[in-house]
Design a protein around this ligand. Structure first.
Ligand code: HPA
Length: 236
């Protein structure tokens, strides 16, 4: 057995991780998914309350672990999973703010690309702007699974923003170039996947509409969480 590889943020060994990780933002959601969808879930990490569980789904080993909120937090966890824990695939499930009239609260968005106002990719010292992309294989699998499950999905660009509270009110500017929705983690996940040669996809639900101010009810949140988990597990 290889020696335990620990990180500052994860206190288990690579062997305890599945190759595929489903990653909600919220640690409580991670526990909810483990308890309600996985068989024999075992708590493998609880550093900073970022709960990670490994169990099986239809016989396949799957880990669910939270990312926390925002680019730095997703940057840390996805880096350690891809580069230390031997994880091959991360599927983020989360919420987003809709920015197009064609989208309604409760709709599903598959983030094909993630524009960003974060300077996360500047660490790679590229002579231009990097375009973080989802894994085409995962994206195609998610589109096909959505068709099988009769789910309507929008596929396209999202904005990964550093600002939930945006004094510049610049978020909606991105809608002019067809960006569907904004969230706070996908660009970091996709950039780290590219750096590590691994696969990632963000499956999002529109929790609030930035054009109308409409927001999801708690009941809708439960239902759409179930839908995203179903889709993520289908492609896992
Ligand atoms: N901004 C950023 N992230 C979000 C939003 C938003 O308006 N809604 C849900 N996640």
């Amino acid at each position: 057995m290889s020696p335990p590889k620990t990180t500052p943020h994860i206190s288990c060994t690579a062997e305890q991780f599945a190759r595929t990780v489903i990653m909600p933002g919220d640690p409580m959601r991670s526990r909810f998914i483990a308890e309600n969808y996985l068989e024999n879930p075992i708590l493998i990490n609880n550093v900073r309350g970022v709960q990670g569980y490994t169990g099986t789904w239809q016989g396949k080993k799957v880990t669910v672990m939270a990312s926390g909120m925002g680019v730095p937090s997703m940057g840390i966890y996805s880096y350690e999973l891809f580069n230390v824990m031997g994880v091959e695939t991360i599927v983020r499930i989360g919420t987003c703010g809709g920015m197009q009239a064609s989208l309604s609260v409760g709709d599903l968005v598959l983030a094909q690309g993630a524009c960003t106002n974060s300077n996360y990719a500047s660490q790679f010292r590229l002579p231009g702007t990097y375009a973080p992309l989802a894994s085409f294989k995962l994206l195609r699998a998610a589109v096909e699974a959505a068709e099988r499950l009769d789910l309507r999905v929008a596929v396209g660009n999202v904005l990964t923003s550093d600002y939930f509270y945006d004094d510049s009110r610049s978020t909606l500017d991105w809608a002019r170039l067809g960006v569907l929705a904004c969230e706070m983690e996908a660009a970091a996940l996709y950039t780290n996947a590219a750096q590590a040669g691994k696969k990632a996809l963000a499956i999002l639900t529109v929790s609030d509409d930035l054009l109308t101010g409409e927001a999801m009810t708690p009941a809708q949140r439960e239902t759409t969480l179930g839908t995203m988990i179903g889709l993520a597990l289908e492609i896992a």
